[in-house]
Ligand binder design. Sequence first.
Ligand code: ZN
Ligand code: ZN
Ligand code: ZN
Length: 326
Amino acid sequence: MKIESEKMSILNNAVNSIRIGVEDFESPEADRSVSAIRNIAAGLLLLFKAKLCELSPADNKNLLIQKDLRPVPGPDGNVNFVGNEKKTVDAHQIRERLESMKIKVDWQRVGQIINLRNEIEHYYTEEPSAAVQEVVATSFLLIRDFVKNELCKDPQELLGDDCWQVLLETNEVYSAEEKSCKESLEKIDWKYPTVKTALSHMRCPECASALIEAPYENDTYPTINLRCKSCNHDFAFDDVMEKCLDELCSVGAYRRAKDGVDSPCATCPHCDKCTFVHEEGCCVACEQKLDYTECERCEAPLSLDDQELEGLCSYCNNLRDKLMRE
Ligand SMILES: [Zn+2]
Ligand SMILES: [Zn+2]
Ligand SMILES: [Zn+2]
């Protein structure tokens, strides 16, 4: 029974944290929104930790939630692993370990929740009541699938009927609003596929809500009017474009760093925003293209980094420097 106990106590903490978060969410006091987001995010990470305990070897059911795992020689010349017993894994390491143990989680949704938790106190002026609705709605989907598929329990039984009902209903309301926002954005011609993809990261600059609609379907890129459905704030796409692309870049950053690939966006030499998209071959804010697209001498395609070489690729530029020195 001792083997199960570590996982069970973490699971109990997870459930408590989620329940308290949902109570915060339901409370009429606006200042409990931040606390709701924190508690629900913490509960979710604890659910993941419970799974890591379950996956840990029988003689140390804590092993996979410990930091700094390192190999040590075992008694029979085999390799054992030990960890730091005082420190537990952070969100990033939880993901790494669950991924390498082939556990399926929608990490984009998890990232959404963790980002909101991290940003909410620093960037937004309004009470995050809209963002908390999103956290509750999104975590419902994550909790439901993870508890059912990975912890092999009935999520409604685990969380209790009251908590479950709030999560379920919030998700239904939120999903319906989200759908109508998406439909209004679909009617706009966003001109660049990268921009269209980045829209999924768009948030209201006032309240952080992702429920944003485009009220005028005849707007032409890049002058697109937007309205937040949560706080009614009107703004322009131009106000949020850089942040959307920045989020898009950071989503893939973890994978790209692993594969050694560069970021898809760079600083535009014309408008200085970080909105030059390599794949589109232009800046999606000021729409300026590259001054030089191929090398004058060898016709190799030129990238943004080659622009300062005034029409030559770096190879031909080196060659010219060499000839000039001789
Ligand atoms: Zn808003
Ligand atoms: Zn530009
Ligand atoms: Zn060349």
